[in-house]
Design a protein. Structure first.
Length: 250
């Protein structure tokens, strides 16, 4: 939601939308020790730990090694501010993250022992057991590491979108409504009807139809906002949204 109503000029320039996103803050900080940039980078890293874990597991590493490597990579990324090497004109966090991770894995190969990695001076909280359970389910399709990374990245964005919507509905005292309507966000992949849902909630079928329409519209808006947190420009946003859809296509 980017309400910029100072006057009657609806400026088409999207700079206001991206000026305060997490990734823009990180990029603008360059190689400084900005606390704001460090906090933004840490939040992005924490959110996207699993896609890199899935990538390194799919590349042939054992669970413990994959967890160590991913943790060490983020330790260096946050503490040593490797993000200073990012190019603003290629300002997509996803692109930067996977490129930097691949370079890190090349440099780490046969150089750093597991014990040395365990002594890392920075830690991004992460549940390794849950990650491995999820990985076992996803790896069944034998996706290439890069495709698995993209799918895990897309899934994380969608997960955060659902969480944000749930929080909004709960704050409005409509948690029960969200729990009933969320199944309709998957399009027509449900056997439930509006009439059945309305009967459970004490609402008419027409009212449910309107509520679902509003939820889907808000879902699209929130998803755009989530993606915008990881890019630098409007063009990057549209490209990432296309990538998001492609990640789940055949």
């Amino acid at each position: 939601m980017t309400a910029r109503s100072d006057g009657a000029e609806p400026s088409p320039k999207p700079t206001g939308l991206f000026a305060t996103t997490h990734w823009s803050v990180v990029l603008s900080a360059g190689d400084t020790n900005s606390p704001q940039a460090a906090e933004a980078l840490e939040e992005l890293c924490g959110a996207y730990w699993y896609p890199l874990y899935a990538y390194v597991r799919s590349s042939g590493h054992a669970p413990a090694d994959a967890e160590d490597l991913t943790q060490e990579f983020f330790a260096r990324l946050v503490v040593k501010h490797y993000v200073a090497a990012a190019q603003p004109e290629r300002g997509k966090f996803r692109w930067f993250l996977i490129s930097a991770f691949k370079l890190f894995l090349i440099n780490e190969r046969e150089r750093v022992t597991a014990a040395k990695r365990g002594a890392s001076y920075y830690h991004i909280p992460f549940d390794g057991e849950k990650a491995e359970e999820r990985y076992r389910l996803e790896v069944a399709d034998r996706s290439a590491p890069d495709r698995l990374f993209d799918r895990a990245w897309a899934a994380k964005l969608i997960e955060m979108t659902y969480q944000r919507l749930e929080e909004e509905y709960n704050l409005e005292g409509k948690g029960a409504l969200f729990n009933e309507l969320r199944v309709f966000l998957a399009g027509d992949k449900t056997d439930l009807t509006y009439a059945e849902t309305g009967a459970r909630l004490g609402m008419t079928e027409g009212a449910i139809k309107v509520a679902v329409h509003r939820l889907r519209r808000r879902y699209r808006d929130v998803l755009r906002e989530q993606v915008a947190q990881t890019v630098h420009t409007a063009a990057d946003l549209e490209e990432e949204l296309r990538n998001l859809r492609a990640a789940f296509s055949n």
